[in-house]
Design a protein around this ligand. Structure first.
Ligand code: RTP
Ligand code: MG
Length: 140
């Protein structure tokens, strides 16, 4: 399996509780390397654009409002099989269904305030990375 990049967000529930370091520790512990990172306050327009794929879903408006409720940390992660590895360490969307030892099992507050986002395919990872980072901001 080749070295891959994926896109990650540490969500507002985690920045609010000041546990971004604990989350990065889990990512690094899984063999992922942070090759770009910045703390931002997303605008509503940015959050709507980022989650456009979910715009017909019943949770869309709540999700956008949550994602702009505080700062987030956007990241590019690099490693072997990074997309799948990150999804594995994140755990299931709903923390009630997440495996023991995953980020969401240990830190998420709810199905919405679930501490992290991770790209679900290499194609989406490339799109999502470009949404937030220039090439010059990524240092592998
Ligand atoms: P993510 O995109 O954040 O990595 O999470 P995911 O793939 O596990 O979940 P997805 O289905 O893509 O949903 C995106 C985010 O929307 C919120 N959500 N709320 N209230 C609800 O039923 C509900 N379902 C999803 C979560 O914040 C989820 O991560
Ligand atoms: Mg998703």
């Amino acid at each position: 399996m080749a070295v891959q990049r994926t896109f990650s967000i540490i969500k507002p529930d985690a920045t609010r509780r000041n546990i971004t370091g604990k989350i990065v520790d889990r990512l690094e512990g899984a063999g992922l390397r942070v090759v770009a990172q910045k703390r931002i306050q997303m605008t509503r327009e940015q959050a709507e654009g980022f989650y456009a794929v979910h715009k017909e879903r019943p949770f869309f408006n709540d999700l956008v409002t949550f994602m702009i409720s505080g700062p987030v940390v956007v990241q590019v992660l690099e490693g072997e099989d990074a997309v799948a590895k990150n999804r594995e360490v994140m755990g299931a969307t709903n923390p009630a269904n997440a495996d023991a030892g995953t980020i969401r099992k240990d830190f998420a507050e709810s199905i919405e305030a679930n501490s992290v986002h991770g790209s679900d395919s290499p194609e989406n990872a490339a799109t999502e990375i470009k949404f937030f980072f220039t090439d010059a901001e990524i240092v592998g």
